[in-house]
Design a binder for this molecule. Structure first.
Ligand SMILES: Cc1cc2nc3c(=O)[nH]c(=O)nc-3n(C[C@H](O)[C@H](O)[C@H](O)COP(=O)(O)OP(=O)(O)OC[C@H]3O[C@@H](n4cnc5c(N)ncnc54)[C@H](O)[C@@H]3O)c2cc1C
Length: 468
């Protein structure tokens, strides 16, 4: 095996913990994880509020593409899982439509349904070359009628940027491209199409929210090698040392970072100016997570729902998860409590007024029929500056400058914001970016880092079929 020397890992989220776990598994003991927060998990942490509700930072679902990742989760959580059939919906024009929207047009009013389907047919008949941006791609794929009804308003709300500023290279399995025959069938039979999805089933930790997974992974690592409350304030590449806020200095030979790539570059001295310049061009959005703890009857319509997308402008949120459906232990015991968790995006072009967010959220939930007769007994709010790594136009060229610029100095940036690739930014992808990087550094296996370098392949059918 190759020897990467002293490895310092920045961040104890899924990426950093995946890297540390793999180093230990392969017997390379010279590593430390440095984490600013007091607990592991990063964006996949969970929180217990004063009223006894557990919250994730947004609805976290396990979409695993990897047997290795499943094994790690099993090891972390044991048998204490709850399994669910995925039920996702869109709330539009006062009704629920099953996801994916384009396959369930029969739920719309007949005039909208016929208009939307005719647009889909026209789009399929006139498909041309590659779209120049995401907005164009939507129209070319779904037609301008469906774009206007759902795809434009929803995507503007979730991304917070004009869709002409987003690229198209990031889309793989995330968006189901319409199968006209299937749509025709649902219109003819009036039967919902709810079968789409890479994993129809998902599992969730019974206790402690999604964060329980990462607590469990951290627990199998030697405690003295994972430093919490340790904020990195500078990376001195000339000296090969990381400086912490408390003044400690940590020398390294190899640096693995899961910090947001723009932050890492801003903290680093000794990088060429073009790398700094490119890193400053990275685009992201922030996310507000709003947890609403409730007591009293849950509306019957929410009995089995996992999450619902909200394209319309009267609600601030783009998605609401019925979080107590994921585990009964996400709400206080006794059976009368339940919970909703809403997500709101924020960008410079879509500012959020924090003072009015609570009032707007509760009013919209009332109007959308989500609260029923239940009483709000808790309200939890968390804002994450780095919420979504925006797949902006020019992203791949930007990354092609920044990542090799760092690697030339043996600095490897991986994970949701470390690699800035939305299409491989879930927990499984992030964790495996850490694992696959270690394989490369130690010279184990092909060392080609498929998750980082070939997102379409790891997200695609052939990879899934080979999963053992
Ligand atoms: C709203 C939302 C919904 C999501 N839904 C899902 C989902 O359904 N399924 C799914 O699998 N994934 C989901 N994710 C993604 C999931 O949270 C990420 O995949 C995962 O957390 C990324 O892991 P990471 O280690 O790359 O980064 P992070 O989790 O961001 O970890 C980075 C770590 O670095 C630390 N750090 C930052 N700065 C410093 C510093 N200066 N010094 C020291 N430490 C520092 C941070 O505290 C953090 O712990 C969602 C994310 C969001 C925001």
């Amino acid at each position: 095996m190759n020897d990467p020397g002293r490895v310092v890992i920045l961040g104890a989220g899924p990426t950093g913990l995946g890297a540390a776990f793999r180093l230990r598994e392969l017997g390379h003991d010279s590593w430390r994880v440095v984490e600013r927060d007091d607990r592991p998990g990063g964006l996949a942490r969970s929180y217990l509020d004063d009223a006894g509700f557990t919250w994730d930072c947004g609805g976290h679902v396990q979409f695993s593409h990897y047997a290795y990742y499943d094994g790690l989760c099993d090891r972390a959580v044991g048998d204490a899982w709850v399994s669910h059939e995925r039920e996702s919906w869109i709330w539009i024009a006062g009704r629920f439509v099953p996801y994916p929207f384009q396959n369930n047009l029969h739920r719309l009013d007949p005039a909208d349904r016929d208009r939307a389907f005719a647009g889909l047919e026209r789009a399929a008949a006139s498909r041309r070359g590659r779209a120049a941006n995401f907005g164009e791609w939507i129209v070319a794929t779904f037609g301008k009628e469906l774009a206007a009804i759902f795809f434009f308003p929803y995507n503007r709300k979730v991304w917070g940027y004009p869709l002409e500023r987003l690229g198209v290279s990031w889309m793989g399995e995330r968006v189901a491209v319409p199968d006209l025959e299937r749509v025709r069938r649902t219109i003819a039979t009036g039967r919902d199409d709810v079968s789409w999805g890479p994993n129809n089933m998902f599992r969730f930790p019974l206790d402690g929210g999604t964060g329980a997974i990462w607590k469990g992974v951290a627990a199998v690592l030697p405690a003295e090698q994972v430093l919490f409350g340790a904020e990195v304030v500078a990376v001195r590449l000339e000296e090969r040392v990381v400086e912490l806020r408390d003044g400690r200095r940590m020398p390294f030979d190899t640096l693995v970072s899961s910090l947001p790539l723009d932050t890492l570059c801003a903290l680093s001295s000794g990088l060429p100016e073009p790398v700094h310049r490119a890193a400053r061009a990275l685009v992201h959005s922030a996310v507000h997570v709003l947890g609403v703890g409730l007591r009293g009857p849950k509306p019957e319509t929410l009995a089995r729902k996992c999450w619902t997308y909200f394209p319309e402008s009267h609600s601030p949120y783009y998605r609401v998860t019925v979080f107590s459906n994921y585990s009964p232990h996400n709400a206080p015991p006794g059976g009368e409590h339940w919970s909703l968790m809403a997500e709101v995006s924020e960008t410079p072009e879509k500012p959020v007024r924090v003072e009015s967010l609570r009032g707007e959220t509760l009013a919209a939930m009332k109007r959308d029929g989500l609260l029923g007769e239940a009483e709000v007994v808790s309200f939890w709010h968390r804002r994450e500056e780095h919420g979504y790594p925006t797949p902006f136009l020019g992203r791949d060229e930007t990354l092609a400058t920044v990542l090799p610029g760092l690697e030339a100095r043996r600095v490897y940036s991986r994970g949701r914001f470390g690699a800035w690739k939305y299409e491989v930014s879930n927990q499984d992808h992030s964790c495996m970016q850490g694992v696959e990087l270690v394989d490369r550094l130690l010279g184990v296996g092909p060392g080609d880092e498929p998750t980082l370098n070939r997102p379409d392949y790891v997200n695609g059918g052939a990879f899934a079929a080979n999963r053992r």
